[in-house]
Design a protein around this ligand. Structure first.
Ligand code: FMN
Length: 326
């Protein structure tokens, strides 16, 4: 019997994009994702989660998919409270956000801002791991300022029963732009006693192949913007390591992409009041997807300018006709 290690595929959390409407639509039309991570929820001391956050994690909104709720906080009591609530809802794992680079988050020492406070993190983990009874994974960057920080961070994670360490191979200062740092990632990976998932700039099947070849013992690879741009990318994981796999535009199953985008549109229309909000959501998704379409510049501009959902539909239908889908 063949006993080949298959790297898992995780769908990254992207605030404003990968809410439950997106996750369900993706799962309905594309396979390959082993876990979908929710965009972060931020527990407020007395109020807990807001309505949007609660809706996103409601079990009835997340049927038949493996979902890991992500929590952004540096307060152990808030984390424990929300993690327990997630456990009661049936979730098996929660994820701690240690990567968000936004100024307002970092200034409160949350997200990647927490990474510069090792003592604070240690106290946080001491309490969290004595207070929760479900798996806790972390999504970390290499550090706040310098990639070498990953060594002390991994030493810290090694002291606790973290279920998995997802490393976005950048520091906070890089935001999402500067090149990923494979060397520093390799350092952290080799030092970790926990399963490690790679994250950062996986945009095509070849990228999956390269990273899994370079780090064959990875537990998983997480895809974010690459999956939004090409929702079919997750299916390349089934064949990662297979040399014959070279995804090109000809492999795009535009009919499925259309069905997926229609589903997204219906989903947002169902839960949002006002076409403007629906269009805002769809336009954000299209800003990632448009480069993989024929006549992308012309249609990209038209979609951006659409004022109503009806107008949007007319433009998108014309674009799919260009791509050969009636
Ligand atoms: C618009 C946007 C929203 C994001 N929201 C979150 C979030 O809620 N939680 C989180 O851990 N990371 C968030 N990220 C980071 C991604 O999950 C991921 O780590 C990053 O984009 C690098 O992976 P990629 O190159 O595959 O996109 C966000 C990134 C973007 C671009």
């Amino acid at each position: 019997m063949e006993n080949k290690h298959k790297v898992q595929c995780y769908a990254a959390p992207l605030e404003g994009i990968t809410g439950y409407i997106y996750r369900n639509a993706h799962h309905k039309f594309f396979h390959g994702v082993d876990k979908y991570f929710t965009p972060f929820v931020t527990p407020k001391p007395k109020k807990g989660l807001n309505t949007r956050e609660k809706n996103d994690i409601l079990p009835e909104h997340n049927q038949d998919i493996v979902v890991v709720p992500q929590i952004l906080t540096n307060k152990s009591e808030d984390f424990i409270k929300v993690a327990q609530m997630m456990g009661e809802l049936g979730y098996k794992e929660v994820n701690l956000n240690l990567g968000c680079p936004s100024g307002t988050v970092v200034s409160k020492k949350k997200g990647s801002g927490f990474l510069s406070d090792l003592d604070g993190m240690k106290a946080f983990f001491d309490e969290v791991f004595s207070g929760v009874n479900l798996a806790v994974s972390v999504k970390t960057r290499l550090g706040m300022e310098k990639p070498e920080e990953i060594k002390d961070l991994i030493s810290l994670y090694n002291q606790f029963p973290v279920s998995e360490v997802i490393i976005h191979a950048r520091v906070r200062e890089d935001y999402y732009k500067n090149p990923v740092n494979y060397e520093a990632f390799a350092e952290g990976f080799s030092q970790s006693i926990h399963p490690v998932c790679y994250n950062g700039d996986i945009f095509c099947a070849q990228d999956i192949q390269e990273v899994t070849k370079r780090f064959p013992k990875l537990s998983a690879v997480m895809v974010g913007r690459g999956m939004i741009a090409n929702p079919q990318l997750t299916e390349s994981f089934d064949c990662a390591g297979d040399k014959s796999l070279e995804f090109s535009k000809e492999d795009i199953d535009y009919a499925r992409w259309k069905a997926f985008l229609d589903e997204l549109c219906y989903g947002y229309e169902y839960i949002m009041s006002g076409g403007r909000n629906v269009l805002f959501k769809l336009k954000e998704v299209w800003s990632y997807m448009i480069p993989l379409f024929p006549e992308c510049e012309k249609y990209g501009k038209k979609i951006k300018k659409a004022k109503t959902v009806a107008e949007y539909r007319t433009i998108v239908n014309a674009l799919f006709r260009e791509a050969g889908v009636q």
